[in-house]
Design a binder for this molecule. Structure first.
Ligand code: 13P
Ligand code: SF4
Length: 355
């Protein structure tokens, strides 16, 4: 276990909860149709004028997802976002997502200008893994290979041997374990626990968690499943083990979308951020979807399957960034070049598995 005391862990969780509450308090109001259409037209014009491409995550608002699709950008999981930004010829990449996604794009494409729609869009996993404490932890276990999830800062990535996303974590850890490597895993303890159970790898886990996925409730999900025996259960591996254990498919956002397209079922219960349902409905129009429960007996639901930071991204902020050129992502060159090594390793590994 990591060397932080319980008190440090509690105070870090308290800070994260406060930051999430601040994000929730600044969420955009819904727009009238007329206002929305004017912003979409303006965004399209500005994206063209700035030679910019919009790269969006599946969790952001459906208007931004549609804008990305309509303008030659992409809507994707975090691995595909990184690949797309790298391969695209546009000189400017605009990221609708959270900070680590903007940093990853900049690390891979230092010659491009990279902007975040919202620079205050954090991630509880990234916030829960401060680089100084993490580096101390790694220093205490020099015999271990350091594998970090993409949901971390550029500085933490620079301390790692490998970066992974949820789409390749299982395969990579299995391969490393087969080669006899012992592993430090950070920051998501539920994903780490899942990978450890599946692979039997020797892993030391950091104690981070996603404030959205940790709220899904296994017991209530079990009841929902019994009420809907035809439903397949799709779970993102940042969820607790009691939820993962009920899944028909465990996977990254991209893998869960692939599942609804290819599985022969009329109904899916989905345990991940609710923004994904937009793309699921587009890709599998004849099928039905239920959000997995986040509340139940004795439970509190703060996030209720809404990531407060992903939801900060909206059309108005996007237009403001394109006009003002604020929110540019800047990464110190020494950190950037070091962090690029494990990220490129991840991309090469992903490509070698898909060929
Ligand atoms: P994916 O890599 O599955 O897109 O996940 C990113 C994320 O932030 C999940 O909460
Ligand atoms: Fe981070 Fe969770 Fe939000 Fe994903 S859903 S960006 S892991 S806080």
């Amino acid at each position: 276990m990591q060397p932080s005391s319980e008190t440090t862990q509690r105070s870090r969780n308290h800070d994260i909860a406060e930051q999430a509450a601040t994000a929730r308090a600044s969420l955009p109001e819904p727009l009238e149709n007329r206002e929305k259409n004017a912003l979409i037209d303006e965004a399209k014009r500005l994206l063209r004028a700035r030679d910019a491409v919009l790269v969006a995550h599946y969790y952001v608002d459906s208007d931004l997802q549609e804008l990305a699709d309509a303008t030659g950008g992409c809507v994707a999981d975090s691995l595909e976002m990184a690949r797309f930004g790298l391969a695209h010829q546009a000189s400017t990449v605009l990221v609708a997502g959270v900070r680590f996604m903007g940093e990853t794009a900049k690390i891979l494409s230092p010659e491009k200008q990279v902007f975040l729609v919202e620079s205050a869009a954090e991630c509880s996993l990234d916030l829960g893994c401060p680089v100084d404490m993490f580096a101390d932890f790694c220093d205490q276990h020099p015999d271990r290979t350091v594998v970090v999830y993409a949901n971390t800062s550029a500085e933490v990535k620079a301390r790692a041997d490998w970066v992974v996303t949820s789409s390749i974590a299982l395969n990579l850890i299995q391969d490393l374990s087969n080669q006899g490597e012992k592993i430090i895993w950070a920051p998501d303890r539920y994903l780490g626990d899942y990978v450890q159970r599946q692979t039997g790898a020797d892993m030391l886990l950091w104690e981070g968690s996603c404030i959205v996925h940790e709220e899904f409730k296994g017991e209530v999900l079990e009841q929902l499943k019994q009420l809907n025996p035809d439903a397949k259960v799709l779970v993102h591996p940042e969820s607790p083990p009691s939820v993962i254990n009920l899944a028909d498919i465990v996977g990254s956002t991209g893998q869960l979308i692939h599942a609804v397209e290819t599985m022969n079922a009329p109904l899916f219960i989905v345990a991940t951020e609710e923004g994904i349902l937009h793309k699921m409905r587009q890709r599998a129009p004849g099928k039905n979807f239920l959000a997995a429960p986040t509340a139940g007996e004795g439970a509190t639901c703060e996030s209720c399957a809404h990531c407060p930071w992903m939801k900060m991204n909206d059309l108005q902020r996007l237009v403001n960034v394109l006009k003002s050129e604020q929110n540019e992502v800047v990464v110190d060159e020494a950190i950037r070049s070091q962090a690029a090594i494990p990220i490129k390793r991840m991309i090469d590994y992903g490509q070698s598995r898909s060929t």
